[in-house]
Design a protein around this ligand. Structure first.
Ligand SMILES: [Zn+2]
Ligand SMILES: [Zn+2]
Length: 889
């Protein structure tokens, strides 16, 4: 929808859309900016320009409009105190990893906390009304501005003020009144300093008016009144109107401090540590001047470098100051900002990787590492992590618990970066020679070699990152998510009564209510349909085999084999009980292995996906490295310990909001749950998940879990394959038999080896006898030697180095028309040795060279004697064939 069109329409009727009680009471005047025409409300009769164009823009730098100074943490305390005093509930922040929305990786605004997707609709679920929340939001679209502009962050705290205008909530008048009083009463900003600008908001099919509030050109907040849905002109009023006021906490801190940048008052002790490293005074007049210039120009140019150049000129910065102060300072701010974002993301369970949201995290850490290298800094990242968390834990105590996990992940990821540099550099050199790569080539480079376009840009292998790169990359990953669902004509049918969520009888009677070729729908069923990675139940219906069961919305469709009953018929149904029992054990085992892995490996472990069949199952977890044998054993032991404890597995239904508040977002291991009533499966407090699958009553019912294989299947994802219950016992039995067989094989092998040694001994004694027979003119096969007119070849394991040396040498010495070629194993190498008499017509050197190259090695010698070999045992047969044909013709 065209925002300008809506704004035009709304601004044409300001009394209806913008004029709030406060404006009337206080005597705000509505004006149009004489420069850009936008409408704004002010108490200053002389003001003619909107905040973006005003002469006072960013004049708070060095001269804040408040008497009190509040840093980031203190500013939140002020905001919270004000809203709580005014009947708001203060809600803890939601995770920055947006587990409750499958269309977002990260939480990008405070209102997202309360949005739940139901089919194609977004509904709101507020835990309190009205409320305020210090929501950490991650945004990666302005990364290049971070550290440079003084006000862009990769993560920031959005003060979310939310209200529904019923049940204790309020609408426009009270909202704007509160925001005005927050600024003027709580923070002590003069009334005349506050300017409200008319704007609109639209998104997700709804829209409404909004009032942005500014102080000295700095936008502090934006109160959005989501009120309508549909297209402008044909729009209707929403059933549930929402106030979505979002304000930047960093900016509140900044305006009260008037520091050159917002970074100076938002990172607590981290700045001090960093400033000491470069030894500059962050509050110097020069910096104030420079960053005021940056702030003034930033909205007027698209190119950041242009803004930077202009600010350098206007602030009178020398080249030396630029190099020694501004550039290192920008790097410092970048490091502080990116690190803070990584702390939040990793603490909330995200991992840097090549896929999905992990991409941005990896990118940020690489930017940190790149900056440290470029500026040649000696920084202790752990010290900075500690400083950040110590500062933030007052507002966000949950970060404190993840301190060590954050350090572990960042250390590992940094060392990987260092390791991959040589490889990346080589690849990048090739790109530089070849010229600008296409977007597709860049994607391949990134996906198969982990080379980011940022890195290529950093080392000047490319000049710029094509704008389609990120769009295309995210499209590629998006399309993986979609799966084809066959549409069936089921609209008229009632929902199937799902007996597996009730008494779960393994034999039952049901009525056939629809037949579609070989598929039927019953009025009720105990057949569990494929879903959530769990394979369907099989069995019989009216004597016909059930070969598949699928769920279409809330209707369950059974696919039969050999025939179908008639519509309206009442039929006997029988679920394959053993199969179901085994699937159920494997399913509950998935929960157990998931939580065991988290206990052994770390808090970043989440279910990535899962599959549960009757005879095997697998769980893919989010983890950074392949598992060691020791880790696998620890996970298996922890899982079997849970079985031994025989914990009850409880199933309860909760309202979704209640479940989230009670258990947190860990419940969404299997992804988003698009229903209001959530089925919570809990194993004591060890594992609590929202899950629709079938589960055992107690963990002891599983009896045994065995992990059969683990594999790192993609960057950041490890697959654990396992068996449980009877299959696990069978697996153990098979393993034992396998090792018995292995032992027997070893004995047999040893025996054979001994036999060979004896044969070799014997064959040495045979040399004179063999020579005599061959020189006598015997042809054909003789003791595994092929002979043709005194030309001999053997690859028999009965002959060793000693035999070949002596036999070959003597043969050609006695007869110039004779030749000998032997292939034999010597340790890990396959060797070839050739002796050729002068009149034999055989060139020993040629054969040695050819055979050695087949075996992946090298050979040498002359026409009369040559030898060589190689280690590629897979080519042994090919080498033998070639040698045979070369010498025997
Ligand atoms: Zn203007
Ligand atoms: Zn489950």
């Amino acid at each position: 929808m065209d925002k300008n069109q809506i704004l035009k329409e709304f601004s044409a009727d300001p009394d209806r859309y913008y004029k709030v009680k406060l404006f009337e009471e206080q005597g705000f005047i509505r004006k149009a900016c004489t420069k850009c025409g936008r409408f704004f409300w002010t108490l200053d009769a002389n003001r003619t320009l909107c905040p973006d164009d005003g002469t006072d823009t960013y004049s708070f730098i060095g001269d804040p409009p408040t008497t009190k100074r509040f840093d980031y943490t203190q500013a939140w305390k002020q905001v919270e105190e004000f809203f709580v005093k005014n009947n708001h509930t203060s809600v803890s922040r939601y995770p920055v990893v947006c587990r409750w929305r499958d269309d977002l990786y990260f939480t990008i605004a405070s209102v997202v906390d309360f949005q739940r997707v139901m089919g194609s609709k977004v509904v709101f679920e507020f835990p309190a009304n009205p409320l305020v929340v210090p929501q950490t939001c991650l945004r990666f679209n302005d990364l290049e501005n971070v550290g440079v502009t003084g006000r862009h962050f990769s993560s920031f705290c959005m003060i979310g003020q939310h209200s529904i205008p019923e049940n204790g909530g309020y609408w426009k008048d009270e909202c704007v009144d509160l925001d005005f009083r927050l600024l003027t009463q709580q923070f002590g900003i003069k009334k005349e300093e506050v300017v409200f600008v008319e704007d609109v908001w639209s998104g997700g099919g709804s829209f409404g008016s909004s009032l942005e509030y500014f102080v000295r050109g700095l936008e502090l907040g934006n109160a959005v009144f989501t009120e309508f849905q549909g297209e402008l002109g044909q729009h209707t009023t929403l059933d549930q109107k929402i106030i979505d006021m979002g304000a930047g906490l960093e900016r509140f801190a900044w305006i009260t401090n008037g520091t050159p940048t917002a970074y100076d008052c938002c990172f607590g002790p981290v700045n001090q540590i960093l400033f000491e490293k470069i030894g500059i005074d962050s509050n110097s007049e020069m910096l104030k001047k420079y960053f005021t210039e940056i702030a003034k120009e930033i909205d007027h140019f698209d190119d950041l470098n242009q803004v930077r150049r202009l600010a350098v000129k206007n602030a009178g910065i020398t080249d030396d100051q630029l190099k020694k102060i501004i550039t290192p300072l920008e790097g410092m701010y970048l490091i502080a900002d990116h690190l803070r974002t990584l702390i939040f993301a990793i603490a909330d369970g995200a991992l840097p990787s090549n896929v999905g949201g992990g991409y941005n995290l990896r990118m940020m850490l690489r930017r940190i590492n790149g900056t440290i290298n470029r500026l040649n800094l000696k920084l202790d990242i752990d010290e900075l992590i500690d400083a950040h968390i110590d500062y933030l834990k007052d507002t966000y105590p949950e970060l404190d618990e993840k301190r060590e996990d954050v350090k572990t992940i960042l250390k590992l990821e940094s060392s990987r970066y260092e390791e991959s540099k040589i490889h990346m550099k080589k690849k990048a050199e090739k790109i530089r020679e070849k010229g600008a790569p296409s977007v597709d080539e860049l994607i391949t480079l990134y996906e198969s070699d982990g080379i980011t376009p940022e890195y290529l840009k950093e080392i000047d292998a490319i000049t710029e990152i094509p704008s389609q790169f990120y769009t295309k990359l995210s499209d590629l990953h998006q399309s993986e998510k979609k799966k084809a669902i066959t549409e069936l004509p089921l609209e008229e049918l009632p929902e199937t009564e799902m007996l597996f969520y009730k008494d779960d009888p393994m034999e039952f009677e049901a009525k056939v209510i629809k037949v579609l070729d070989d598929q039927i729908v019953l009025d009720k069923t105990s057949f569990y349909a494929r879903g959530g990675g769990q394979e369907p139940d099989l069995g019989t219906i009216a004597g016909f085999n059930v070969i598949n069961v699928d769920k279409h919305a809330n209707i369950i469709v059974h696919k039969l084999e050999g025939g179908v009953p008639k519509e309206g018929e009442t039929v006997q149904c029988k679920v394959d009980e053993t199969r179901r029992a085994n699937i159920t054990k494997n399913h509950t085992s998935t929960h157990i292995i998931n939580t065991s892995s988290r206990g052994v490996l770390g808090s970043w472990i989440w279910q990535h996906s899962a599959f549960k069949d009757h005879d095997h199952a697998r769980l893919d977890i989010t983890h950074h490295s392949s598992l060691t044998d020791e880790q696998v054993k620890q996970i298996e032991d922890a899982a079997n310990q849970m079985i031994k404890e025989n914990y009850p597995v409880n199933i309860n239904y909760y309202d979704r909001g209640t479940a989230e508040q009670k258990y947190g977002f860990r419940i969404y291991q299997g992804g988003v749950v698009p229903v209001k009533s959530v089925r919570i499966v809990s194993i004591e407090d060890k594992d609590i998940e929202a899950c629709g699958g079938t589960h055992v009553k107690r963990t002891g019912d599983i009896e045994l879990i065995k992990i059969t294989k683990t594999k790192r299947i993609q960057d950041g994802v490890v697959r654990i394959e396992f068996v449980s219950g009877p299959t696990a016992f069978q697996y153990v039995k098979d393993q034992e038999e396998e090792s018995k067989k292995q032992a027997a094989d070893d004995i047999a092998k040893e025996k054979l080896e001994k036999q060979r040694e004896e044969n070799k001994e014997k064959s040495r004694e045979q040399i004179p006898i063999l020579l005599e027979k061959i020189l006598d003119g015997q042809s054909g096969e003789l003791d595994e030697i092929t002979i043709k007119n005194k030309i001999c070849f053997t690859s028999s394991p009965n002959y060793d180095d000693y035999f070949h040396q002596n036999f070959g040498k003597k043969l050609v010495a006695k007869d110039g028309t004779a030749a000998f070629c032997g292939i034999f194993e010597a340790g890990p190498t396959i060797r070839v040795m050739i002796f050729a008499g002068e009149q034999s017509g055989v060139n020993a050197g040629d054969i040695a060279k050819e055979i050695s190259s087949i075996l992946g090695g090298s050979g040498g010698g002359d026409a009369k004697f040559a030898q060589g070999g190689g280690k590629d045992t897979s080519k042994k047969d090919a080498a033998i064939q070639k040698a045979k044909s070369m010498i025997l013709g």
